[in-house]
Ligand binder design. Sequence first.
Ligand SMILES: Cc1ncc(COP(=O)(O)O)c(C=O)c1O
Length: 386
Amino acid sequence: MIPIFSPVPQYETLKNSIDKALLEVAASGQYILGAKVQQFEEEFAAGIGTDHAVGVNSGTDALFLALRALDIGPGDEVITTTFSYVATSEVIVRVGARPIFVDIAPDTFNLNIEAIESVITEKTKAIIPVHIFGLAVDMTSLVELAQKHHLYIIEDCAQATGATWHGQAVGSFGHFGCFSFFPTKNLGALGDGGAITTNDPNLATRLKALRVHGCRPDNRYDHQESGINSRLDAIQAAVLLEKLPHLETWNTERRRIAQFYTKAIFNSELKNFLMPPASAAMTSLHAFHQYTVKVKSETPDARNRLQEKLKDLGVIAMIYYPIPLHLQKTHQNLGYHLGDFPVSEAVSNQVLSLPIFPGLTQAQQETVIQALEKAVPSVILNPSVC
Ligand SMILES: Cc1ncc(COP(=O)(O)O)c(C=O)c1O
């Protein structure tokens, strides 16, 4: 079975250094925050090109704490895409603010910047762009728009560590960049982890307080405001420090796999049934967290059958995401309905993500294409065969 993702090849490549780093942390007695976390924060910030990075427990907490550090809460509105993982919108609700969704562009799957201006009100405080599947949002246009309306930008970079927009890393454009080190991510830990990047020293200090219950930096039992427990473990920082120097190579490998899939689709009958993802080579470096095709069909049936058939043929493909955020039950009180965001709704019926990860062999990539060539005609041209 070819999985959609496996962290094992990465671990095997770095086994000796990761094992050594883990044992060093075990022997050090410093398991939470401390020198390893600080070293990782410095190296990660340098890699992204920001002055500060603050290590936290997850990408979700990174987003939550970014909103808290900007004092966004009840009565405020935050604009974001309706096509993302639920963490993006859930945190807006968690701080007491209201998510205001916008639709996406059909080729990039990223939020449609042109749709933003019409939903800005006097309550709007921030925009959360999501660099979905590893493809950078047009940050030139978005920063210009946000400056015009005096809005904060909190970049959701969970899926895009190492992606760039005109040569500049995502996470360095907004007031905050929020990263996830969940094991499947481009830079993955051996458990949960996250970080927030920023160029603002005051915001960095506030974040460092908020991640430890709002305590003062010089007195951990003097609490200035209520925060949460969201500290990065030294073990995760040690692993991330070993992996960080390889991120660029791994992202290049992801792009190479993506190129192989795209060429194979365009050079075969598959192009009549599948639309490969945008590569955006001119403006940005895609981090290809996911390689997501669109099945040329209006209902989800053909896509769902294709996923099943691929599984029978030994290939795991996943649907990211089958339900846009505005139609999630958890957001039913926001008053959105089917039909509000037609592009996201159509895309949710069409998307299918194929295996992509560093260490996916050439033979496995060829097997994925062969499986598609077998599966597509039977499920799309002749559904009764299934
Ligand atoms: C777009 C997006 N935002 C936020 C998150 C949350 O990250 P974490 O799982 O580290 O909390 C994820 C994780 O899947 C994500 O894909």
